[in-house]
Design a binder for this molecule. Sequence first.
Ligand code: LMR
Length: 397
Amino acid sequence: IFAAVEMAPRDPILGLNEAFNADTRSTKVNLGVGVYFTDEGKIPLLAAVKAAEKTRLEAAPARGYQPIEGLAAYNTAVAALLFGKESPLITEGKTITVEALGGTGALKVGADYLKRLLPEAKIYISDPSWENHRALFESAGFTVENYPYYDAATRGVNFAGMKACLASLPAGAIIVLHACCHNPTGADLSDAQWAEVVAVCQERGLVPFLDMAYQGFADGIDADAVAVRAFAASGLQFFISSSFSKSFSLYGERVGALTVVCSSKEEAGRVMSQVKRVVRTNYSNPPTHGGAIVAAVLASPELRQQWEDELAGMRVRIRAMRTSLVEKLAARNVPQDFSFVIKQRGMFSYTGLSADQVERLKSEFGIYAVSTGRICLAALNTKNIDYVADAIAAVLK
Ligand code: LMR
């Protein structure tokens, strides 16, 4: 049965890890995948997470099945991060949250549910978008199209193009929006532009799906929830996928959540029953550890503060790497002005490097980046940044 099976291409992001791991050069640098490393080049185990894990280990809880929707305390805490604790959506019971296997798992549960709910709808993702968005929604059976987003000339958002496209879509079209720290471009909408997007969604009857994988990496937990809260205030029904891979440095624990905003508590109950069917037929119920740790950190005022401080530390270090890279490239007299890197938000820079230049970075220097020119600033450190700046300067000349 496998005789005619073709070799699938490597994943455009995670496939780079495979190639990087096989590279024997000691100077290699992985700027491909979106993972935060410390200045020592290590993935941190956050102190707040370590403390919560110690308490959990000592309590030695049994590992029974979780409810299909996951841990209640976790789901409540996720909703509070998204909407703010006092949000009327929460107090009126209009939202449901289910624990999911990372942000990707949340997107897939949402996609599978949407396919049952709106089987004829098309999905619209930004041009460009996270490499996995198209494949994920296509694998749920949708036709996926792009709306204009990035403007290479200004290194910002082509907002007029985006808005005009959204305003032309039929009712029921599903639009995937990056709630903050747009992946891969780092170019976000302003608060006023978000208000306009909300208005277009209302006018056209669009179904927003907000992908929130980097809350806290631009300006902070509440500041980065501006888009979510603008939609929350609108009365629209919408979907949100959350990921805590980056913000809690819990990549391998696969901690995420799908939140759906409904128009009443009664409706939310019915929607929850359907989303649970999707979960049950995919993986039954989520694992226990990651969600329990996130819930414990968020429930303790001390650990929560410690976590927010650690998150701020990551944010500040990434910003320092942005500034440093710009300065180092300028000092090497590269032909382009890279100051736009400082304005981009989140973990990534959309550098404008071509696929050929990215290929040269890999083959000549052992520096791995996504072929679109996206690099992860959070993998730069004070030891490898000169090497990376030298290599970028070399491929640009
Ligand atoms: C990324 O964009 O690099 C991250 O979101 C990791 C992933 O799963 O692709």
